[in-house]
Design a protein around this ligand. Structure first.
Ligand SMILES: [Fe+2]
Ligand SMILES: [Fe+2]
Length: 262
């Protein structure tokens, strides 16, 4: 059978969460998605995601939430990270931090090992992402049918290197974090479906989801500024991956960009 998995790029802002509450189930249905995995690290107005936003997304058609460098932005998420396997933090943070970087979820009767790992180029020096992915795959061997990865990283080279290194071992790999969608969706030689960055889900009028004024002021003055979420219409960016369960290969990767409105 073919399983359609919809990966949604970094969700920015409480207003966007409200829109998704109203529209995501319908979008999911229209795309024919069997499961939705969304990066929620900026849902609480850029800086993190709180328990309320996480719960709202999980009730609105999201099966699993991934995060990234903003995962520690809202302290009220920490108990949920420990308790709820449907929300992940990057696996290569120290083991003493709350939560886990991988979990296994059921999609259409198949066991999907879902991983969230952070890049280390131009980001914090966490554990090596390549070794981290390898360790998870080995530790869960025999317990999953297919594997997927949200690689939350800045550098395109690190993301592509990760994808080619795990081509055929991780069935679906996508990048998040830059908030800018890349046009390189493809199926790698050994069947892994891949895109370097899903892009952002949030207001398209600012700078990576933030209101432009303070960001421009910081670039011009090098002085600290108070950031806020951009106003205006939101877009939803992501990718729809089709996976053939017989071969384990992706049969298509479709880049998605939808106008969400206000
Ligand atoms: Fe990020
Ligand atoms: Fe982000």
């Amino acid at each position: 059978m073919i399983i359609n998995l919809f990966a949604v790029g970094d969700i920015v802002g409480l207003a966007t969460v409200e829109i998704l509450k109203k529209k995501l189930w319908k979008i999911r249905e229209e795309l024919g998605a069997d499961a939705v995995i969304a990066n929620g690290e900026n849902a609480y107005d850029v800086k993190g995601i709180g328990a309320a936003e996480a719960k709202a997304l999980l009730e609105s058609g999201v099966d699993l939430i991934t995060t990234g460098n903003h995962v520690w932005g809202r302290w009220d998420l920490f108990p949920m990270l420990d308790r709820d396997t449907r929300i992940l933090r990057p696996a290569n943070f120290p083991a003493t931090t709350p939560g886990s970087g991988h979990s296994i979820i059921d999609i259409c009767g198949y066991r999907f090992l879902c991983m969230n790992i952070q890049g280390t180029v131009f980001l914090d020096p966490l554990d090596n992402p390549f070794i981290t992915a390898d360790k998870i795959l080995k530790s869960e061997e025999g317990r999953y049918d297919f594997a997927l990865l949200d690689f939350h990283a800045e550098a395109t080279s690190e993301k592509i290197a990760m994808a080619l290194n795990f081509d055929g071992r991780i069935n679906i790999i996508w990048g998040t974090h830059t908030h800018v969608q890349t046009a390189d969706e493809k199926i790698l030689p050994k069947g892994t479906g891949y895109i370097t960055d899903l892009g952002m889900t949030g207001p398209d009028t600012g700078i990576l989801g933030s209101a432009p004024g303070p960001i421009i002021a910081r670039f011009k003055t090098h002085m600290p500024q108070r950031f806020s979420v951009a106003e205006g219409d939101a877009v939803l960016c992501g990718a729809l991956f089709s996976l053939d369960t017989d071969s384990g290969r992706c049969t298509s990767v479709r880049r998605i960009r939808l106008e969400l409105g206000k």
